[in-house]
Every structure is written in C-alpha cells, then in structure tokens.
Design a protein around this ligand. Structure first.
Ligand code: G3P
Ligand code: CA
Length: 235
C-alpha cells in the first residue's frame, strides 16, 4: 500500500509548499498529492483553497490575483514561525523540484464557471517535464478528466468522489473514461468496491487517513494507496 502525502506532509509543515513536500520525502512517502488552480493571469499554482486567506498573509481568490501578487505572499508563517518565507509554488516549480521516480498526484481544482483552460496547461506542463509515467491527475470535476483524456490519452486519470456510487465500474465505462484509479473518500470504502475496482484493472487510492488504526484496517482491505497528512505515522 503506497503512502501518499496529502498536500505534502501537511500535518507538520504548511500544506502545498516545497517545505511540506521535502519533509514528506524525508519521511519516506511513496507519493505526494497537490492541488492546482489558475491565477488571474493564467499561471498554474499549487494551492488548495479558492482563497489565499487561510494559508497566506494575503486575501482574495486565486482566480482574482496575478502571479506577481501571489509570488509576494508568505505561505508558511500561518503554520508556524519556522516556515516564514515559504512561497506558493507553481506546478512548474514542483515538477522541477520532485524526482520523477516519485508518484505525483495532481488534483485539478476547477469550477465549471471558470473555464479558462486549466486542464490544457496541466497537460502541457506534464508533457514539458516528461512527467506522464509517475503522475496521476485527479479531480472532483469529472468533465475536466474527460477533457484531459481527449487531449492526451497517455495522462493517467483518477476520479475523486465523496459518495457511494451505485455502480462505480459502470460509471466510467458509460462515460467512456479510461481510468487509472479511483479516489474515494475513505468513508465510502467497502470490500466490494475495492474488489470491483481492482478486478477491472484499476488502483484505489483513498483519502484522507490520519489515524493509524484506520490505516491498518484499510491495508487489510487491500487498497493500493492511502493519502495522509502524516506519512511517517502511517508508514
Ligand atoms: O485528493 C484527495 C483529497 O485531497 C481531496 O480533497 O479537499 O483535500 O482536496 P481535498
Ligand atoms: Ca486535494
């Protein structure tokens, strides 16, 4: 079972920063999950919330801020003084920084009213960095995933969801999606789901598990990967 660090080792360092990713690697993670969005001027940045208010010293939504404005923000101090000066990285920065052997899970954060081509930029960056092999692109917005697959069928895609799907394997078949992985919230995991997904040749990566006992249960269930804020503890 792979240990995938959620926004880096975000239990110990400010989420989605290079410091959190470095710490996750030091802690022996197998992969790193990050979130990406588009700035006002179309730069792909690594950030979870729509707004920068909670995790930086700035305010406003990513989509309304330019890269120049975001670049100036401190993305570490809110977590602890030790991380003062950490920056919001771009996806390009992360792709330069992480070893290509490490599994990277890029979660595309996209709302349907903001249709400015984030998917295309993500695909172009992955191609530019020769990062198709060990990368999975996931999203709660399944339309994005479909678009990505049409742009480049070599990109591995994973559906994120937070629900019990009645017929999970028929869902992607009916929608002509060639999925690499299922990413359900762990509340909705059942032995039947794990079996069906794996019998259909796909992986199952679940989130967000920050409890060791729950981690052991899910290992016994046979899932392929666990997404956690505490990679060392889950290891
Ligand atoms: O990719 C799993 C998980 O990160 C999805 O939820 O809200 O933490 O991005 P969220
Ligand atoms: Ca995420």
């Amino acid at each position: 079972m792979l240990i995938i660090a959620h926004r880096g080792a975000s239990g110990y360092a400010p989420e989605n920063t290079l410091a959190a990713m470095d710490l996750a690697m030091e802690q022996g993670c197998d992969g790193i999950e990050i979130d990406v969005q588009l700035t006002k001027d179309g730069v792909v940045v690594v950030h979870h919330d729509w707004s920068v208010d909670r995790t930086t010293n700035g305010s406003g939504e990513i989509k309304d801020l330019t890269w120049k404005e975001i670049q100036k923000l401190d993305a570490g101090f809110w977590f602890s003084e030790e991380f003062t000066g950490e920056k919001v990285p771009t996806l390009d920065d992360v792709l330069k920084h992480l070893p290509k052997t490490l599994l990277l899970n890029v979660e595309v954060k996209s709302r349907s009213f903001d249709d400015r081509g984030l998917e295309k930029k993500v695909v172009e960056l992955l191609e530019k960095h020769h990062r198709l092999e060990n990368t999975v692109v996931s999203s709660f917005n399944h339309l994005c995933l479909q678009r990505i697959q049409l742009m480049n069928p070599q990109v591995k895609i994973g559906i994120l969801y937070e629900a019990h799907l009645l017929e999970p394997c028929n869902y992607f078949k009916a929608n002509d999606l060639n999925l690499y992985s299922f990413h359900p919230c762990h509340y909705y995991l059942t032995p039947d789901l794990v079996k069906k997904v794996q019998d259909n040749g796909m992986k199952i990566y679940s989130w967000t598990i920050n409890d060791g006992e729950r981690g052991k249960n899910l290992k016994a269930l046979g899932i392929d990967g666990i997404i956690t804020n505490y990679p060392d503890m889950l290891r």
